[in-house]
Design a protein around this ligand. Structure first.
Ligand SMILES: *Cc1c(COP(=O)(O)O)cnc(C)c1O
Length: 388
């Protein structure tokens, strides 16, 4: 570890921002139109194209958390209804259910894919269940045939948390197109970056229209129509909405990030495969290869650090990587590890043992398209040196 401490810190999840994004942000600033306007409209149009849906079926918002929140409301569920989701997700998935006045119910993951287990969903259904939120973990699609069938059979709303899954496909269909809503994130570490940002894809026109209204104060006309050059138009407030709209400055980044989405995907896939090869002989569990007839978004590359096999705890591994100046992530400590949910619902991690075991052993290595080959070599050497 002698001279490694002089090397720059490799930031986990650093985005790849190029000249086109920078020029577009500058043009946006110079245009005088910073808020929701023509660049958001273009980004929505381009994103709808990429997701192979009509332009009217998407709504840009300022985060995936906002997308999940308004989707939960626009799904029109009864207050207090139960919503089944995974314990192996970011807290925003569960908080959005709570903020919509609904009751989260956790169903354990499959230990290998880390996606919600359809059999566990079935087992968690009660007469009060009205929705499922599926999270495509790391960009690997959930078993959408089984989950869609459960939703149909029990007349449940289906919402897809696609924060990791912009490029994901399942049997030729895009992630986000199976549910009533698909919710996407453009946070700095995600596959398309706007700084903060999100998108809702909605199947039913009335539902996506309502989500769009909810995302801008509950106003019947958005600011683009109000302040454009078409003359003053009165708006009407039709319900108590939220301040969740995306700005043109954010969309300026997104327009060019989306043009690079396939190039960045190919770069992450190449890094992912280098890691798979480099760690084949180590006493760690590597992620599963993409399943046949699916497309993996390669959002995260995770190793399982099992103390019994590695002679080192997961947290010891994180510290050792940090000393070698490599940033890492943990996706995720399972939801019931957090005190808020323990206190409010009496949940204990042991109730969802597969998510608990995953959350206590998992480490995410840097997988940004901004990494060059030498950066990837540094990560590989640091992992080998740590586990030697
Ligand atoms: C990042 C993330 C979110 C939240 O996205 P934001 O855009 O930061 O609000 C939700 N769910 C999952 C699984 C995520 O990884």
């Amino acid at each position: 570890m002698s001279d490694s401490s002089t090397e720059p810190f490799l930031v986990f999840g650093a985005p790849r921002i190029e000249a086109a994004e920078i020029a577009e942000v500058e043009a946006c600033l110079r245009s005088g139109w910073l808020g929701t306007g023509p660049r958001v409209a273009q980004f929505e149009h381009d994103f709808a194209d990429y997701q192979r849906v009509a332009a009217g079926q998407v709504a840009a918002v300022n985060s995936c958390t906002a997308a999940l929140h308004v989707s939960m409301i626009a799904a029109g569920l009864e207050p207090g209804a139960e919503v089944i989701t995974t314990p192996l997700t970011f807290c925003a998935t569960v908080n959005a259910i709570l903020h919509a006045g609904l009751m989260p119910v956790l169903a354990d993951v499959d230990a290998d894919t880390r996606n919600i287990d359809p059999a566990a969903i079935e087992a968690a259904i009660t007469p009060r269940t009205q929705a499922i939120v599926a999270v495509h973990f790391a960009g690997r699609p959930c078993q959408m045939d089984a989950i869609s069938a459960i939703a149909r059979k029990h007349k449940l709303a289906l919402i897809e948390d696609c924060a990791h899954a912009i490029e994901t496909e399942y049997r030729g269909e895009k992630a986000g197109s199976f549910g009533d809503f698909g919710c996407f994130s453009f946070y700095v570490t995600k596959n398309v970056v706007t700084g903060e940002g999100g998108m809702i894809v909605g199947r039913d026109q009335a539902h996506i229209d309502r989500a769009r209204v909810l995302a801008l104060h509950g106003m019947s006309k958005d600011a683009w129509h109000r302040f454009g050059d078409a003359g003053y138009r009165h708006y009407q407030v039709v319900e108590a909405g939220f301040k969740y709209n995306m700005m043109d400055i954010q969309a300026a980044l997104g327009i060019h990030q989306l043009r690079a989405v396939e190039r960045h995907w190919a770069r992450r896939k190449a890094i992912w495969q280098r890691y798979q090869h480099a760690f084949a002989e180590l006493p760690v569990t590597r992620p599963l290869e993409a399943a046949p007839d699916t497309r993996h978004a390669y959002h995260l590359y995770t190793l399982m650090i099992d103390e019994a096999r590695c002679g080192m705890t997961r947290d010891g591994f994180l510290d050792a990587m940090n000393r070698r100046r490599i940033g890492t992530g943990v996706h995720y400590l399972s939801i019931p590890e957090h005190p808020y949910y323990q206190q409010r619902f009496g949940w204990r991690p042991e109730q969802w043992p597969r998510a608990m075991a995953n959350g206590r052993q998992t480490v995410s290595l840097p997988l940004s398209p901004a990494l060059d080959d030498a950066d990837v070599t540094r990560v590989i050497e640091a992992v080998h040196a740590t586990l030697r």
